[in-house]
Design a protein around this ligand. Sequence first.
Ligand code: MRU
Length: 343
Amino acid sequence: MKINGIETRTVYCKDNKLVIINQNKLPFEVEFLELEKIEEVLHAISTMQVRGAPAIGATGAFGLLIALNNIDKSNWKIELQKAYNSLLATRPTAIDLKNCMDIAMDSVKEISDYDTAMEILNLTSNHIADSSVAACRKIGMFGNYLIKDGERILTHCNAGALATVDYGTALAPIRQAFYEDKNIFVYVDETRPRLQGARLTAFELSQEGIDYNLIADNAAGYFMQKGKISMVITGADRIALNGDAANKIGTYTKAVLAKENGIPFYIAAPLTTFDLSLESGKDIPIEERDGKELIEVGNAKLTFDNAKTANPAFDVTPAQYITGYITEIGVIPSGEIVNIKKS
Ligand code: MRU
C-alpha cells in the first residue's frame, strides 16, 4: 500500500524480525513494530496491532518462524507446537490464521533437523505472504469486472491492504477500478466499536486518492433508500460450505438492507478464508471482545465505567443475502461454493 507516496507491505519478515504497522496508532501515527519474540506476536494479534483475516494468517505463519528462531533446538518440535496452539487461541473467528499456520506446520512435519526446519519455515512463511498478495491482486482484477463506471460502493470495516499483506480484498476491486480510471465513489462505514472504517479504510482511500465519504454505521440504510449506493463489497473472516460468511459485526445488517433495496452484496475473500469443513455459518465461533471497547475510545470515555456490555466482534451473513464471492479463482455465485470442494 501507499503511505505518504511510499509503497510498503503491511506485514513482512526481515532479519528474523516480524515487521508490522501498528494499526492501533493509525491514522495519527505510522509506527512500524519489529517483533522478535513470540510473546510480542501474540500481543500484537490479540490487541489488534495487526488485524484483518489474511494479515493475521500471514502473521501467524511468520509468528511460528519467530518462535522457532528463539526456542530450545533440542526440543523444537514440541515448542513449535506450543507456539502454534498459543497463536491459534489469539483470535477465534478468522480461519486464515489456522489455514496459514497449518501450511507452515505441514512444511516442517517430516523434518527432524532444526536448521533445515528454520530454512524451510522461512521459505514457507514468505511464500504464504507472497501468495496472499498475489491472491488479493487477482481478487482486484476479477472484482473490477463487476464495477461499472459511476459505481457507488459501500464497504464495512477495513478489508484493505492493512487487513491483508498488501492490496486488500474488498478494497482490491475498488483500487483496480480506480487505477483503470473508472469514476467510482466509496461509502465507508465507521465500524463501531473499533472504528476500522473511520481509522483505517478512510486512511487507505485517502492515501490512494480514491473519493469517499465516511458515514455513521447506522446511515447506510438512508443512503441506500436515496439510491446513492449501487453495490456493497465487504471482506470476510470465515466462509462456510453453504456460503454463510462471518465478517465484522454489522455486516449482516448491511446485507439485509442491501437485499431489501435491490443492491448486489459481494464478499471479497481469498481461498484461505474458506472453511469447507463447516456445513454452515452456525458453527463459526464468534469472538467476544472486552466490553471496554464500547465504553472508551483511546482516552475518551463514551459512558460510565461499569456500564454493562455485550461485544461480539463478528456476525454471520446467511448466504441468501450474498450475491457472490470475489476470489482469486474468479467470482463464485452464491450457492456454488460447494464446487471449490469438488475441484
Ligand atoms: O476484528 P478485525 O478488525 O480483525 O476484523 C476484520 C474484518 O472483519 C475484515 O472485514 C475481514 O477480516 C476481512 S480482511 C481482508
